[in-house]
Design a protein around this ligand. Structure first.
Ligand SMILES: [Fe+2]
Length: 374
């Protein structure tokens, strides 16, 4: 569901809440019950076998048309090329419209960008604040496991850049950009689609034998010939906060990435309450290949945002949700990358709160947090 808040000079603010009318939403609204398979809920035992059988029957009889998508368009929003999109990484973007006169929200439709986007797209694309280009990728359980692409400022999609050096399908939920590069996280959470068919639960799993890697590709690359992979043990990242380029005292080139790292990644799927995410800064010397890293927080922080005008450029502050434990969120923290001895300022008062629930600030009830200029 999307919400809009319209402010006018001569009246009270107007709140509008509308469902994104995805294929899944319309199908289940008409059926009066959930019918689309939820690949993240797992499917074990006889109950799972029964659900899989019903789903297969619905597909074979045409009750479910998988070519229309399976997503909920409920992860994030992106505004680029003059359009607003609701995003879910398991589907194509849905174009949305907000009436500037009334604030009313309507679903325009599922968008394949003139036929050029043929597979689901990340829900965390990155918009360059200077060029207004949008950078994005797709991941899937069959080769090429990772595909990179971008959009020009008018919203025209580029050609695909398949990344065949990714040899195993990983859960690639997010990535990062700098002025000249895109950075991909190849982590230890891998895709196991056969588990669904075999009835063993989630289509994702933890691969203890894999070493996490960070892939660095020039952002205007037309193929993967220039990609470089840097192994970073334990660097399991779902979300990135920001990345940028730096030059050392002797002219050496560095890439810097700030991201929450899952310190107990083996719990990330089925026991998320045991997951602890600590923000770290990684520095890669592009001349020598040496990678260094340091923690920026001890708190259980994730879902970070920055001021969008600093995307891909050096910044100092980020704002993150405090897991208490995940998926419960007890407040919002401001993180100052430079003040390591006191890295977190608690803006919200810790307390029980679920996703989407009320948020109590330190002195007054609040339902939103404004990101200050940084
Ligand atoms: Fe996310």
């Amino acid at each position: 569901m999307l919400h809009s808040l319209l402010f006018s000079a001569d009246g009270d603010p107007m709140l509008c809440s509308r469902y994104v009318k995805t294929y899944k939403y319309c199908l289940e609204r008409n059926a009066g019950a959930p019918v689309m398979p939820n690949f993240f809920s797992g499917s074990r035992g006889l109950a799972g076998l029964a659900r899989r059988s019903v789903t297969i029957l619905r597909i074979l009889t045409g009750q479910i048309n998988l070519t229309q998508g399976i997503g909920s368009a409920n992860t994030s929003l992106a505004f680029f090329g003059g359009c607003l999109y609701a995003l879910d990484e398991s589907d194509l973007p849905y174009t949305m419209h907000v009436d500037p006169a009334t604030g009313d929200i309507s679903t325009v439709g599922r968008c394949d960008f003139k036929g050029r986007l043929v597979r689901a797209m990340t829900a965390h694309p990155k918009k360059d604040p200077v060029t207004e280009e949008l950078f994005a990728f797709s991941y899937r359980p069959m080769p090429p496991f990772l595909t990179y692409f971008r959009f020009d400022p008018s919203g025209n999609k580029s050609g695909d850049v398949p990344i065949f050096s990714v040899k195993q399908a990983s859960l690639m939920h997010d990535f990062a950009i700098t002025e000249n590069y895109v950075l991909f996280n190849d982590i230890q959470v891998v895709m196991k689609p056969m588990e669904i068919l075999l009835g063993n639960g989630l289509p994702f799993g933890y691969d203890a034998s894999k070493v996490p890697r960070l892939g660095v590709l020039p952002r205007y690359a037309v193929n993967e010939s220039e990609i470089r992979w840097f192994e970073i043990p334990g660097f399991n990242v779902f979300h990135s906060i920001n990345a940028w380029e730096e030059e050392g005292a002797n002219g050496e080139k560095y890439l810097v990435l700030v991201a929450p790292v899952m310190l107990s990644v083996e719990h990330s799927l089925e026991q998320v309450e045991l997951l602890h995410t600590c923000v770290q800064m990684v520095r890669i010397n592009l001349d020598t290949g040496v990678v260094s890293r340091k923690p920026l927080s001890v708190g259980n922080l994730d879902l970070g945002v920055i001021h969008p005008s600093y995307m891909g450029r050096r910044n100092r502050y980020a704002y993150l949700a405090i897991g208490n434990p995940w998926p419960q969120v007890s407040g919002v923290a401001m993180l100052d990358y430079l003040v390591l001895e006191r890295p977190v300022s608690i803006l919200g008062r810790p307390g029980p709160m679920l996703w989407g629930g009320p948020f109590h600030s330190g002195t007054a009830r609040s339902t939103s947090v404004l990101v200050a200029n940084c």
